[in-house]
Design a protein around this ligand. Structure first.
Ligand code: NDP
Length: 247
């Protein structure tokens, strides 16, 4: 039997990048998986197909994480379709860079709504349905701990918020057998942060101990561990997977 057999998961932002890798990995480990996306219906459908190839049920739900009602509706649709929810991965995120004094307020608001508020709202909705063994996993960032370039203050703030959120939620939910953790990736080769960019070259040379970008599959491996039954004593933690970015 597979480690996540009979478990039902929701991954926000599961159409591309890290989220899509998490969808595949959870499905490979035996879970049935719902994913959300906002714009890319085609890639969402491809992600669903990749998950179904492992033999389980999978579905895509269009839900803008900036809209709290849509986030709650996505959790409810997951529960209705898969018969419950055991694993919630709050992965959807946005990355806006702008210099101090010129950061557009609309981008600040979207960053907080998608990266932080949606994680809280989805968790509130999901824990109403979770049984002992439930798992809440945030995708934060190593930028919560180190922000070595200009323009990233708001992104770093949003990811730092997750560090505190998982600590408090772990206290609330530990007695119910539900763990809450935060995975903090370093540079991972995705549309958000392509390894072959100029920015990527500078990071590799000056900041990383392991001088390469990470892969979405490597992040998905850490998420799969946290989602598994053997991780029941890990909670309230922010686990970094960053090639030494923060070392
Ligand atoms: P991508 O930009 O490659 O993919 C983003 C995914 O999130 C897509 O599936 C996208 O859907 C979805 N998404 C974006 N905005 C919303 C929204 N408002 N509502 C619902 N879904 C949304 O990002 P990554 O895979 O690189 O990043 C995933 C997470 O990992 C983010 O939280 C990011 O901050 C974090 N992270 C990434 C790092 C990196 O180097 N790549 C490093 C550290 C953390 P659609 O396809 O419809 O647009």
């Amino acid at each position: 039997t597979r480690p996540l057999q009979n478990m039902r998961a929701l991954v926000t932002g599961g159409s591309r990048g890290i989220g899509a890798a998490i969808v595949r990995r959870l499905a490979r480990d035996g879970a049935q998986v719902a994913l959300t996306y906002v714009h890319n219906a085609e890639q969402a459908a491809a992600s669903v197909q990749a998950a179904q190839a492992f033999g389980g049920q999978a579905l895509a739900i269009q839900a803008d994480s900036a809209d709290a009602n849509a986030v709650v509706a996505a959790v409810e649709q997951t529960v209705a379709t898969l018969g419950g929810i055991d694993i919630l991965v709050n992965n959807a995120g946005v990355f806006h860079l702008a210099p101090a004094g010129e950061f557009p307020l609309a981008q600040f608001d979207q960053t907080v709504a998608v990266n932080l508020r949606a994680a809280f709202v989805a968790t509130e909705a999901a824990v109403k349905h979770m049984r002992p063994g439930g798992r809440i996993i945030m995708i934060g960032s190593c930028n919560a701990e180190r922000m070595p370039f200009a323009g990233g203050a708001v992104y770093a703030m949003s990811k730092a918020g997750l560090v505190g959120l998982v600590k408090g939620l772990a206290r609330d939910l530990g007695p119910r057998g539900i763990t809450v953790n935060n995975v903090q990736p370093g540079p991972i080769d995705t549309d958000m942060n392509p390894a072959d960019s100029e920015f990527g070259g500078a990071l590799r040379e000056q900041i990383l101990a392991v001088p390469r970008y990470g892969t979405a599959d490597e992040v998905a491996g850490m998420v799969a561990y946290l989602a598994s039954p053997e991780a029941g004593f890990v909670t309230g933690a922010s686990l970094t997977i960053d090639g030494g970015f923060t070392a």
